[in-house]
Every structure is written in C-alpha cells, then in structure tokens.
Design a binder for this molecule. Structure first.
Ligand code: SAM
Length: 365
C-alpha cells in the first residue's frame, strides 16, 4: 500500500518513489513537506543566512550549452572580461561590507593563461583581506592539477552544477561533442572532492524533456555523491538559445518555481547540514522567491557585486533580476528581504558547510 506523506516524512531515507510522491504533493501534503524541511533547517542550521558576494567576472565561454544565454554561439551579447583591478575592487567591497565570502563565476575557459590569472587573483584577494575572505569558485570544468593550484592559492569551495544527472537528458540539453561530455563533468566533481574542496552541485528544474523520475534521480545522486553544497534553480528560457524551440512543452513557469521549492525542501530533509543556495533565478519568477526558499531550507544568498555596467551582459536567461542595480542596492535589498523570511544575515563569517566539516572529521578518525 502506498505510504502517506506523513509516513514518508518520518522515514530515515527516501526511495525514488517517495521523492516522486513528495514532488507531486499539493495542498496540505505540500504544506507538511515545507513544514518538515523548515523544522530541519531550524534544528541543524538555525535562522542563519550567509552571503557570497557574486562577481560574474566574464561572460566569455567556450561551451555551447543549449539553454544558456552566454553560450559561445550567441552573437547577440556583448562579451566582457573584468580587469584584475575591477575584480579586486569588487572583492574589497565584499570585505569592507563584511560579507565573509565571495564567489567568482564566469563562462568556461581552459588555458594556462586563465589558470595563472585566477591563481594570481586568489593570492591578491587573500592579501587584500588578510586571509579573511572565503572564496568559492564556479568557473566550470578544468583538469585536476588546475583545481589543485587554485585550492593551494586559497579557493576552498567549488560550485559545478551537474545540470542533469540522467545522461540521456544531459545529452539532449548539450551539443553532442567532447566539449560537453557528461562523464567529464562527473570526473571533475570527483576530483574537486578528492582535492579537498567543499564541493557543490545542482541541476536546473523544469527543463524540456525532464521528468519527475529524473528529478528524483538528481536528489539521490547528490545524496550518494555526499555533496557539501547545493545550488539548484528553475530553468528559464532565453530567446537566443536553441532550447527556446521547446518552450511550448515546458511546465508553466509557476510550476517550475514550485518544483524548485520542493526540490530544496526535499534535499534539506535528505542532507540536513549542507549549504543550500537560494538561487537568483527564483526571484526572476517571484519577487520574493529567494525568501520563500530561505523559509523552507536554503541558507546561502549570493548578492550580485559585479559592477553594474556588465550585468546586462551576464544574462543566462530572460528577465534576470537586478541587472540595473548596484552592489550597494543588492545588499540593502537582500538584508530587508532576509528579515522578511524570519532569518538573519551573519556577517564576517565564511559560513562553511557543516556537512563538510563532519565529513572531513570522520575521514580523519
Ligand atoms: N560555466 C560555469 C559552470 O558551468 O560551472 C559557471 C557559469 S554557468 C553560466 C552558471 C549556471 O547557470 C549553470 O550551471 C546553469 O545551471 C545556469 N543556467 C544557465 N542557463 C540557464 C537558464 N536558461 N535557466 C536557468 N539557469 C541557467
């Protein structure tokens, strides 16, 4: 006999079928799911939220992901690459405003020049902040020795979304070539974990061709991979990408939003002490989307501190919010929003994943 939602929520571990039932929940069942995930967040993380000042330092990308607005093949955007001084001055802003951490994100490029440049910037960021600013990198697939050089230079967290864990779905949303190889993405995640990074991954939710079974598989993958951080968000169309032709087959945008909240709630229950990002894409759909995510399980926010003039060009999807704000606007707006979500921003702390600390201390026993 099928279990009720309350029975599922009492279980130690969820099966694929349990997760699908939770993803499909409505009405009081859905409320029970969110209540449970909020309770777990309160117990394991508290009401705390940490900032990662997000510096989208370049939209130049060698890849052609079929969903992404900054894909190589999109000739309708102006390409930019912040100067070292612009990046360091954004990092200084985060340090002075006591953010605790920054996240450096860009399109994907692999070259000795990029490796050396990021290594140099990491040293400089540590120098300007007396070693106090934490740094997350999100610059895509690289060779293990490159990840190691950046780790040694001071990066300690890495976010590499796997995007979709069903390899056949992965191949439908990426070009079929060696630059977009699902197995390499997995290998990269593994080498990040082996090197010692706090390792984060995630998927897009509501992609064309994606099923509830795929989403359940994504969550089971994250659990079995033992990730430390999770960043997932709704898929939102971009007019200048090949996937736009599948718009008619997509779930309505509000359903994609609701599914994302459910995915966050379920992963919070499955992996109680990981860090979970409230993705900016949630706010593109609902003005208080990120706050809703914080209420039901997320504990990380990424205020955009990229210099304003470049933001319009880092449009991964249509209607990306805050592209005409400044870094100061982002901070005051987010702080007010966090208190609306009955949470509190913690300044001057790295806000490391508790899961990572426990994982490492277990390895040392
Ligand atoms: N290229 C780096 C990487 O893959 O790690 C980081 C930059 S990439 C633009 C950041 C993330 O944007 C991707 O991992 C993807 O999940 C998300 N993204 C791209 N296009 C999107 C879209 N149309 N809707 C929602 N998220 C999107």
């Amino acid at each position: 006999m099928a279990l009720t939602i309350s029975e599922i929520l009492e279980k130690e571990a969820f099966t694929r079928g349990n997760i699908i039932t939770l993803l499909k929940s409505t009405g009081e069942d859905r409320t029970s799911l969110f209540k449970k995930s909020a309770e777990i967040k309160e117990e394991y993380i508290g009401k705390k939220v940490w900032f990662r000042g997000l510096i989208e330092f370049s939209n130049i990308c060698s890849k052609d992901c079929l969903y992404c607005g900054i894909r190589k093949g999109n000739s309708n955007i102006a390409r930019y690459n912040l100067s070292d001084e612009e990046i360091l001055s954004a990092a200084r802003f985060a340090y002075i405003n006591r953010y605790g951490s920054i996240a450096l994100q860009s399109g994907e490029l692999e070259s000795p020049f990029v490796t050396g440049r990021i290594e140099y910037l990491l040293h400089k960021i540590k120098e300007l902040s007396n070693g106090e600013l934490g740094v997350t990198l999100s610059v895509g697939e690289q060779e293990p020795d490159v990840y190691k050089r950046w780790y040694d230079a001071g990066a300690h967290r890495y976010l590499l979304r796997v995007e979709a864990t069903n390899s056949s779905l992965y191949s439908k949303i990426h070009p079929d070539d060696s630059k977009h190889d699902f197995n390499r993405r997995l290998k990269c995640l593994k080498s990040l974990q082996d090197i010692g990074y706090q390792t984060g991954t995630g998927v897009m939710i509501g992609l064309p061709f994606q099923t509830m079974d795929d989403l359940a598989g994504d969550l089971l993958f994250m659990k079995s991979f033992n990730i430390d951080m999770c960043g997932m968000g709704p898929y939102i169309e971009h007019a200048d990408t090949p996937l736009i032709e599948h718009t008619e087959n997509l779930l309505p945008i509000t359903d994609r939003f609701d599914l994302t909240l459910k995915m966050i709630a379920i992963i919070r229950i499955m992996m109680k002490d990981i860090n979970i990002v409230a993705a900016t894409a949630l706010q593109a759909i609902d003005p208080i989307g990120r706050e809703k995510a914080v209420r039901i399980g997320a504990n990380i926010l990424m205020p955009n501190i990229t210099p304003g003039k470049y933001r319009e060009s880092y449009k991964l999807y249509d209607n990306k919010p805050c592209t005409d704000d400044s870094a100061e606007d982002c901070q005051s707006c987010l702080e007010a929003r966090v208190s609306l979500a009955d949470a509190e921003v913690i300044y001057d702390e790295w806000g490391d994943s508790k899961h990572y600390r426990e994982r490492i201390s277990r390895q040392m026993i």
